[in-house]
Design a protein around this ligand. Structure first.
Ligand code: GDP
Length: 308
């Protein structure tokens, strides 16, 4: 079965680690969010692509959920001593990927080619494609003005109120090569348990991707990142409120309603099924918290097993 997964960072990566245990990686195409990419120290940083790649490669720092395990931060310390920006943490080993990516982008290669090559070097087995080779920048409106996603997320630690969210450049952005073909050829499209506004939102903001999702004959299955009235982690709640949807699996279904066939929700949210059905989405209560690798695998199997 050919599968396409729309993915953010940490939540998606855990799920995908389970998924490659229950299906041939060669049949999987991951479309990754680049809306929270940034530049620092002259380096091109793609946090979500790297979180997915490091996790699938077994290199991720498990405690943090991002970065390289057993990494050191000497470079960052030296930057701090020079009073240079260090709010976004890049470990010393992590620099290798960033130096390499930045060099190739500077030479004019598209991000999709650099990412595909990195996926091969890390022996992921699946395809990892950024949603677009063009810059799409997620920005968060706060009482103090618009912030880049990482200024909000890392520098301000998600503290400011969220008044709005925009995806600068998304309407003009073209999907990266292979994205549309993969969506149209897929038998299953998975919307990973990711932040619907800052991780999946930017992917859906690219118009041809939205059209391909509407046109595909694949069954589109999502996993709710919201349990009860709160996200499992992170600022998805504030961002969904800013988008005017309820912070619950119902709100997730509403955001994805144009494309989604089924949504895996927490067992405790089974009573939301009729309201989710109003959005044309079938709610499937199951265990959606990934406490350990066995739970990641079980959740992946449940997503593949959905039959409509
Ligand atoms: P980010 O770019 O690192 O924020 O990555 P994602 O958007 O992929 O992941 C964050 C989202 O994953 C948050 O909205 C969480 O609520 C959700 N999440 C994290 N862990 C779990 C889990 O175990 N189960 C489910 N269902 N969602 C999770």
């Amino acid at each position: 079965v050919k599968v396409v997964a729309l993915a953010g960072g940490t939540g998606a990566a855990k799920f995908l680690r389970g998924l490659v245990d229950v299906m041939p990686a060669a049949d999987l195409t991951i479309v990754g969010n680049t809306g929270d990419d940034l530049e620092m120290w002259g380096l091109a940083i793609s946090p979500d692509l790297d979180t997915v790649a490091y996790t699938l490669a077994g290199l991720v720092d498990e405690a943090k959920g991002w970065g390289v395990k057993h990494d050191s931060f000497s470079c960052r310390d030296a930057m701090a001593a020079l009073e240079l920006p260090t709010y976004f943490a890049l470990g010393d080993r992590d620099l290798a990927v960033h130096l390499h990516r930045s060099e190739r982008l500077r030479a004019g290669e598209p991000l999709s080619q650099v990412t595909g090559d990195l996926a091969r070097r890390l022996r992921l087995g699946c395809r990892l494609i950024p949603m677009s080779d063009q810059r799409v920048a997620t920005e968060i409106e706060t009482p103090g003005g618009w912030l880049s996603f990482q200024e909000f997320f890392v520098r301000e630690r998600c503290r400011p109120a969220v008044l709005g969210v925009r995806y600068v450049g998304a309407e003009q952005a073209a999907p990266a090569p292979g994205v549309i073909e993969a969506v149209l050829a897929a038998e299953r499209v998975i919307i990973c348990p990711s932040n619907p506004v800052s991780s999946i939102g930017p992917i859906l903001a690219v118009a041809p991707i939205r059209r391909a999702l509407a046109a595909t004959r694949a069954t589109v299955v999502g996993v709710s990142p919201i349990v009860g009235r709160a996200p499992v982690s992170g600022p998805a709640g504030k961002m969904m409120e800013a988008r005017g949807v309820e912070v619950s699996a119902v709100g997730v279904a509403e955001l994805y309603r144009e494309w989604l066939d089924a949504l895996l929700v927490d067992r405790g949210d089974a009573d939301l099924a009729p309201r989710i059905a109003e959005h044309g989405v079938r709610a499937l209560p199951t265990e959606i918290i990934m406490r350990d690798h066995a739970a990641e695998v079980e959740l992946a199997r449940a997503v593949l097993d959905v039959a409509l």
